[in-house]
Write a protein that binds this ligand. Structure first.
Ligand code: FMC
Length: 250
């Protein structure tokens, strides 16, 4: 059984602090992008002139590096691919880039690109003391005050669940999480990043307004191409900004 988040012994905490400080002062050289959908990934693949790794570092048969086939949407896929990628590549930083629904009432508009300060789950309801907190799985992203100032990005909390729609119970949890945006991967990536002690940031572009008038699937599909282009532009600026810097400078 996994121990509840936050229940760390002093020794584990010390080791974690030591691990972080040793990487904080050297330039970031490997960045791992976790992207759920093919449409979201392709602009980045093009922009950074990435080629498909034909001798994949992943187990045979999984669709993760293939640019054709099935998208890996949702928490199960996100956590597996994050785990496998970190094991294979030992990145200095993870960037989870993707689309999200935004809450108009909290200041989100279509095409906005957010950096999430904090991520949590909204569909893991375990109303038993301590396990309730484990279920919500709230985690802080790497603080990037200089990057935020430089790129003038919006900041908000991100809430993650395995459905595109929003049930009334999910809505209550999203409000409790104080979230401005909602997706299907962020908190799962954060969980694995936390387990493996790799800092993570979350870049999320708004495809649909969850508290607006339009049905989410239609609005999502209508805006997907333009919004992933905006995400691509911001991801490029982020990578340009990161280039040559160390974690403490972000
Ligand atoms: N609710 C949940 N997820 C999304 C969303 C919304 N309103 N808009 N866009 C997304 C993201 C999810 O993270 C998925 O990867 C994909 O887009 C939708 O299947």
């Amino acid at each position: 059984m996994a121990p509840p988040h936050g229940d760390k012994s002093a020794k584990v905490k010390e080791e974690a602090a030591a691990a972080v400080s040793s990487v904080d002062n050297r330039p970031i050289s490997t960045i791992l992008f976790i992207v759920a959908m093919q449409t979201e990934a392709l602009p980045l693949v093009k922009k950074f002139q990435l080629t498909e790794d034909l001798n994949s570092v992943f187990p045979k048969g999984v669709p993760w590096v293939r640019f054709y086939g099935v998208d890996g949407v949702g928490t199960v896929s996100a956590s597996l691919v994050t785990y496998a990628s970190v094991q294979a590549l030992q990145p200095d930083l993870i960037i989870n880039a993707g689309t999200a629904g935004g809450f108009g009432a909290k200041g989100a508009s279509i095409g906005d690109v957010f950096i999430s300060s904090e991520v949590a789950f909204h569909d893991r309801r375990i109303p038993i003391p301590v396990f309730d907190i484990y279920g919500v799985g709230s985690r802080k992203a790497l603080a990037t005050p200089n990057l935020l100032k430089e790129l003038n990005l919006k900041v908000g909390k991100l809430s993650t669940g395995d459905s595109l729609d929003m049930s009334p119970m999910d809505e209550a949890s999203i409000i409790a999480n104080d979230a401005t945006i909602k997706d299907m991967e962020g908190a799962a990536v954060a969980y694995v990043a936390d387990l493996l002690k790799v800092p993570a940031i979350f870049l999320k572009a708004v495809t649909d307004i969850v508290d607006g008038d339009k049905p989410t699937p239609e609005e999502f599909l209508e805006n997907l191409a333009a919004v992933t282009a905006a995400l691509d532009r911001t991801a490029t600026q982020v990578v340009d900004y990161i280039s040559g810097k160390c974690l403490l400078e972000l």
